[in-house]
Design a protein around this ligand. Structure first.
Ligand SMILES: Cc1cc2nc3c(=O)[nH]c(=O)nc-3n(C[C@H](O)[C@H](O)[C@H](O)COP(=O)(O)OP(=O)(O)OC[C@H]3O[C@@H](n4cnc5c(N)ncnc54)[C@H](O)[C@@H]3O)c2cc1C
Length: 435
């Protein structure tokens, strides 16, 4: 089959929050944008937001594991991981500006207003979730309502629960795919089912990308290429392009849930993560969350059959999620493997967080003998093409015109929701490129 060639001012690879935002901003500024996405747009499919759907659009049917056995959920679809996220918004950590000189305050502020980001109203935060937060507050932990990319007014019938992690069916949750629509409306050329394999250069300057479009080899030429293929996709493209160091080390905001059973209804049918608390000193975040009903036994079987056998009590389980600021370790390798060993004091800090969760659950009325912690998993693959190591503060690589704008850029684990920070980075980069 013959190659065919496309041309643009800017090529953006990936339609998660990094890619969708840059494509939208640049197209609106009059640039000829070519937006390339490996996955499909599943939003109108009847199975969108269901268990079969999650098997269809997540990498390896949601059974992607690191060599150490950490499960990673990696949605490959228009909107990227925001199609399956919990809709939480957090500002960038102070260290991004103070330690690395990346100031995105203005862009984040603008986004908070634009997307009307606030916590859910009190009556929608969930009774069980609120009980957990009140128990934590009674113990002296300053839990607060979690800001959300969710606007109940947008949905005909607000129906959020743990199942939101399969995809939002009620329409309350913002998804980066909406900004892909905006980009297309502003003139961007969106190609789905298009996997970029490598970047083209003339030695020092980027000239385009090549890959496969619906089974057909293609090339696309542009003086600016923005890789936004996510914490796993971007380093793989750079490795295939001969860029050394990409994928060497990663962070994952290593995540676990601590569960405890109560007589009343649990957190499963309530919106995910409505209350949170950050322990900046120890480097972790806690929030109200439980796995969706069918995922619960699948994840817990990894810990052992007796944990999976607690499935019948799912509806009476309170869940507290721990997101740990994990050290940079392992990486994404050219042979396709992903490694994320737990190193340094990560495990010790996680044990400390687990103790706090157990105390909170007990205070909230959970039976201590029912409590256990789920296996480690990684929901935020990031830090694989880091600012300060492989990127300058403008997100440019050593190759002129080649930028990275996604979770791979994080110089350290955020240990908090990532999307608002990625949008901030993308808006700042777009402004700089237009200027
Ligand atoms: C279950 C779950 C819950 C989460 N909850 C939250 C939350 O509440 N709040 C929050 O802020 N964050 C949350 N996150 C994390 C957040 O969604 C991600 O960190 C964020 O979406 C990453 O954005 P990104 O732009 O780096 O990449 P992604 O969103 O991963 O997008 C990358 C895109 O690139 C495409 N791609 C990959 N390779 C190629 C290629 N070779 N060619 C073309 N396209 C390619 C992919 O298909 C994908 O669409 C959650 C994540 C998960 C999995």
């Amino acid at each position: 089959m013959n190659d065919f060639t496309l041309q643009a001012d800017v090529i953006v690879v990936g339609t998660g929050p990094g890619g969708a935002t840059t494509a939208r901003q640049l197209a609106r500024a009059g640039k000829k944008v070519l937006l390339l996405e490996r996955g499909l747009d599943y939003r109108s499919k009847p199975y969108y937001g269901t268990y079969p759907g999650a098997l269809i659009y997540a990498d390896r049917m949601s059974l992607l594991f690191t060599v150490e056995g950490l499960n990673i959920v990696r949605p490959l679809m228009v909107g990227g991981a925001t199609s399956m996220y919990c809709g939480c918004a957090a500002p960038p950590p102070d260290w991004l500006k103070n330690k690395y000189g990346v100031d995105i305050d203005a862009e984040v502020c603008e986004t908070l207003t634009e997307l009307e980001i606030t916590p859910l109203p009190e009556d929608l935060r969930g009774k069980a979730s609120t009980r957990i937060a009140q128990a934590a507050q009674a113990l002296g932990y300053d839990w607060e309502p979690q800001a959300k990319f969710m606007r109940p007014a947008r949905s005909k019938k607000f129906d959020c629960g743990a199942k939101c992690m399969l995809g939002c069916r009620c329409g309350a949750k913002w998804n980066a795919a909406e900004w892909v629509d905006d980009a297309v409306q502003a003139g961007a050329d969106l190609r789905i089912n298009t996997k970029v394999s490598r970047v083209l250069t003339d030695g020092r300057q980027v000239t385009g990308v090549e890959g496969n479009l619906a089974g057909r080899p293609f090339r696309a030429l542009a003086p600016i290429v923005i890789l936004a293929a996510g914490g796993i996709g971007t380093p793989r493209i750079l490795q295939a392009s001969g860029v050394r160091g990409a994928g060497d080390g990663m962070t994952m905001d290593v995540t676990t849930m601590v569960y405890g059973v109560v007589k009343e209804r649990g957190t499963g049918n309530e919106p995910p993560m409505t209350w949170s608390w950050e322990n900046l000193e120890a480097g972790y975040m806690l929030s109200t969350l439980i796995d969706p009903w069918l995922l619960y036994p699948i994840i817990n079987i990894l810990k052992g059959p007796r944990y999976a056998a607690t499935w019948p009590r799912w509806d009476h389980t309170l869940g507290v999620m721990i997101k740990l600021k994990d050290s940079i370790s392992g990486g994404v390798f050219q042979d396709g493997k992903i490694s994320k060993p737990v190193v340094g004091d990560d495990l010790e800090r996680q044990k400390g967080a687990e103790e706090v969760c157990r105390k909170i659950l007990k205070e909230a009325g959970a039976d201590p003998s029912s409590m256990f912690m789920t296996p480690l998993r990684g929901t935020h693959p990031s830090g694989t093409v880091r600012i300060g190591t492989m990127l300058n503060t403008d997100l440019q690589t050593e190759i002129a015109g080649l930028y990275v704008c996604d979770a791979s850029t994080f110089p350290e684990a955020l240990a908090r929701p990532t999307v608002l920070t990625i949008i901030g980075l993308a808006k700042r980069l777009s402004k700089q490129l237009v200027e």
